[in-house]
Design a binder for this molecule. Structure first.
Ligand SMILES: NC(=O)c1ccc[n+]([C@@H]2O[C@H](COP(=O)([O-])OP(=O)(O)OC[C@H]3O[C@@H](n4cnc5c(N)ncnc54)[C@H](OP(=O)(O)O)[C@@H]3O)[C@@H](O)[C@H]2O)c1
Length: 338
């Protein structure tokens, strides 16, 4: 059985957790990271995973009776039956990709232990109008979603140059298509795609493959963990056990970080509500995990991959290949109802 070691940053939740479970199931030794591994336990991880892998529909859409209806859990039987065992096998290490000391403490150790497959997945979104997001806040977004990945890569490369390996950067369809009120998020993911291409050029002689994996809208706690400019919000302020749930629809819909007095309030509200509803009804992160497996087992992976449902892929195709930029902005505004 394959015992290759894989590092997945941000494996405590969402796409990272699902990839960690799937690759463990496929026989890899997975080392996952979290800023707070001491707060994780197997039951918490299992609940988060099962919640994301559950199909949800929304009835009475946008009315006062709007209700989230829980459907089936969509997991291959072999994973469901072995879930406790698979989660138990994932090794968690502390890592904050925005902290250079944290990265340089842990990454060289893991590389010295033989990690040659890195999934740069840690990341988050910042929501708000460009006009009112402070420059410091905007820098934080790039620090997490772009410089954070560079910190990991810089610490890993000295160990990979002799043996080769693969680096998968978790970018986003939002890096191709502008998302209103997610300007710095979209920009950070665009930058990550370009970084991927440049690294691919530079690292070719060392047999290190660099790939970007671009999910569409996927059902994860991404919105719950969204950074907002409100005082006291952000990743360390929520109750890790209680609040990290994607099923509190009404609470999430009401969590719009843009204040009522903002001139952007109405458009921000429309966008926020569209994003929240679409994410809960979106495909499960299992499709991303399966794409990741395809990438790391490919002899000659492409530079960029997309992972989404058919409608999102079709929309992406239309936006990228057929329409003009002006039409692209028009369609995006229509889609978000702004
Ligand atoms: N969900 C989507 O629709 C979607 C679409 C496209 C791309 N993506 C990308 O996929 C990745 C995972 O997102 P997700 O949807 O799975 O969101 P999520 O459930 O909120 O997971 C985010 C992960 O990142 C970790 N993280 C956050 N800040 C960190 C930091 N400073 N240092 C290290 N780790 C940090 C979190 O771990 P701790 O809190 O335990 O530290 C968590 O495990 C992100 O890069 C996101 O941009 C998501």
């Amino acid at each position: 059985m394959n015992k290759e070691k894989v590092l997945i940053t941000g494996a405590s939740s969402g796409i990272g957790l699902t990839c960690a479970i799937y690759l463990t199931y496929k026989g890899y030794k997975v080392i996952g990271t979290s800023r707070h591994p001491e707060k994780l336990n197997n039951d918490l991880l299992k609940n988060r995973y099962l919640e994301m892998l559950t199909k949800y529909t929304i009835t009475h859409l946008k009315s006062s009776q709007e209700t989230l209806v829980k459907g089936k859990i969509q997991i291959p039987d072999e994973i469901f039956e072995n879930l406790d065992n698979l989660i138990e096998k994932i090794e968690f290490k502390p890592l904050d990709v925005t902290n250079s000391n944290s990265v340089s403490e842990i990454i060289p150790l893991l590389m010295a232990e033989g990690v040659r497959i890195i999934v740069n997945n840690a990341g988050s979104g910042f929501f708000g109008p460009i006009e009112t997001l402070s420059i410091d806040h905007s820098k934080e977004q790039l620090d997490l979603n772009y410089f954070g990945q560079i910190r990991v890569i810089q610490n890993a490369l000295p160990y990979m140059r002799n043996d080769g390996g693969i680096i998968v950067n978790m970018a986003s369809l939002g890096g191709y298509i502008p998302l209103p009120f997610h300007s710095h998020y979209s920009s950070s993911k665009s930058a990550l795609r370009m970084l991927t291409e440049t690294l691919r050029l530079e690292l070719q002689p060392f047999n290190i493959k660099v790939v970007s994996l671009n999910p569409g809208v996927i059902n994860t706690p991404f919105n719950v963990n969204m950074h907002t400019p409100k005082a006291g919000s952000g990743p360390d302020s929520y109750d890790y056990q209680e609040e990290n749930s994607i099923t509190t629809l009404k609470k999430l819909l009401n969590a719009l970080p843009t204040p009522k007095e903002s001139p952007y309030y109405s458009a921000a509200k429309q966008t926020w509500e569209t994003v929240v509803r679409n994410m809960i009804r979106g495909p499960s992160p299992q499709i991303v995990a399966e794409k990741l497996y395809k990438i790391i087992t490919s002899k000659n992976p492409k530079v960029h991959y997309i992972s989404s449902n058919f409608i999102q892929r079709f929309g992406y195709f239309l936006m990228r290949r057929i329409t003009s930029d002006k039409l692209k902005i028009f369609i995006t505004r229509k889609f978000y109802g702004i």
